[in-house]
Design a protein around this ligand. Structure first.
Ligand code: ATP
Ligand code: MG
Length: 414
């Protein structure tokens, strides 16, 4: 894409009233725009990253054999009364239409997916299976000070699984754990993300959270020095030993919950009478699991982990473009000609290139490139041409390198 065509612009100043690092950088660099506290627009650059994250998650969900659906945000009050959450869920947004009918804006979808599945499932032969979606969630979050880590409207991947018994749920749950590790590893958060024991509510002893260590985190976790699992402070209580390896040494860290997995058992199948007949012809309540990842939160977490004083440093797998091609304005027509050639050639080879063809100073272009954080910067200037090629630099490195055109194409399209 030509940067001259990008309708958004970078901003020199940090946005006023935005205290979180992720939103400050993402707004300045033109990835997102803030509409109000906890509500953001994804701009072209931000949406590209969001879609990359979405596709990585989708691939891992499909590998699990889960089927993608899309459920509505606007939900009948009756479903929420059925589980009692119309009254008890304090972050539920309630809307009322002109006829006086009350509805919920979905904060999660157990109340919708359970009666949905009931329409299709009646025998043990129909189980197990899982469905998932990428969908807007609405939550009346009280503290919306963490930028896109805590939105009032945000996109979540929510997966729900349905089983005949707990054994089947346990097996699937372990597979989801693996899929989650793959996802966090593929988006560049492997080293910083810990499987964390959290309270399981009244239905199981523990649930699991995936917590990424960052100072922007709102949770405190204790990482076991021996096996690298963690325990959320909220449940640690008097526990002095790691529930997995028995280790007794912990490191305290601030962390953000990027995902969680939960054994719901019959919590939602019960109120909706979601049941099947088993092999003996007896009626059995379906056993469920639910598994969430917040995409905006994950995007913001990546920014919290990968930034420096100049801007963002995107991991290649989620970067909006792989190459930031910069043409340094010059009287010499060769510069523009070469830049156009490189742009066409790289795009032809399937590379995603942001081509800075704007008529602004080189300094401004370099500062924007650092702020936006695309992994490779390729500069074409009179100087680079005089040295026989183009200048290549990784965003994460200080030193640049002169390469011949053919060499560049080869390196960047491998
Ligand atoms: P938290 O304790 O941070 O409020 P939660 O327990 O309410 O999270 P879940 O209801 O389990 O979260 O939602 C599943 C996932 O959705 C979370 O792991 C997180 O990645 C994401 N998520 C939850 N709330 C938000 C939010 N307000 N903004 C962005 N993502 C969110
Ligand atoms: Mg919450």
């Amino acid at each position: 894409m030509r940067q001259s065509q990008l309708f958004t612009k970078t901003q020199k100043e940090f946005p006023k009233g935005e205290i979180s690092r992720n939103a400050q950088l993402l707004i300045r660099a033109g990835f997102i725009d803030k509409l109000m506290a906890g509500v953001y627009t994804l701009l072209p650059l931000g949406l590209r990253v969001h879609k990359k994250i979405e596709n990585i998650i989708r691939e891992e969900m499909n590998k699990l054999g889960a089927q993608e659906i899309f459920m509505p945000s606007l939900q009948p009050k009756e479903n929420w009364e059925q589980t009692g959450r119309w009254k008890t869920m304090d972050d539920l947004y309630k809307v009322i239409d002109i006829s006086g009918r009350e509805m919920a804006l979905g904060p999660t979808h157990e109340e919708i997916v359970s009666p949905l599945v009931k329409k299709f499932v009646n025998s043990y032969k129909d189980l197990p299976f899982a469905v998932y979606q990428f969908q807007n969630k609405f939550r009346m979050e009280l503290r919306s000070k963490s930028g896109i880590l805590r939105g009032r409207e945000f996109i979540m991947k929510d997966l729900y699984s349905f089983h005949l018994d707990e054994k089947s749920l346990d097996e699937f749950y372990e597979k989801v754990k693996e899929a989650y590790f793959n996802i966090f590893s593929r988006v560049g958060l492997k080293e910083k993300t810990y499987l964390t024991f959290a309270s399981g509510g009244s239905f199981s002893r523990y649930s699991h959270e995936f917590q990424t260590v960052t100072l922007a985190g709102e949770d405190i976790i204790y990482v076991c020095e021996k096996c690298a699992l963690a325990i959320n402070k909220e449940i640690k209580g008097e526990t002095s030993k790691c529930p997995v390896c028995g280790g007794e040494k912990f490191r305290e860290e601030k962390a953000i919950e990027v995902g969680n997995i939960f054994k719901l058992k019959n919590k939602y199948s019960h109120p909706f009478d979601l049941s099947v007949t088993d092999q003996k012809g007896e009626k059995k309540e379906v056993v469920m699991g639910c598994y969430g990842i917040g995409l905006g939160r994950l995007l913001g977490t990546i920014v919290e982990v990968y930034n420096d004083e100049k801007g963002i440093l995107w991991p290649e797998t989620v970067a909006p473009f792989q190459v930031h091609l910069i043409e340094v304005p010059s009287e010499n027509p060769e510069v523009k000609k070469t830049a156009e050639e490189v742009y066409t050639e790289l795009e032809k080879k399937g590379r995603e290139v942001l081509y800075d063809d704007r008529e602004v100073s080189a300094g401004e272009k370099f500062a924007d490139a650092d702020l936006i954080g695309i992994p490779y910067r390729v500069v074409i200037s009179e100087k680079s041409l005089a040295k026989g090629g183009v200048e290549v630099k990784k965003r994460s490195e200080e030193k640049s390198q002169i390469m011949k055109l053919e060499e560049l194409i080869k390196v960047l399209t491998m």
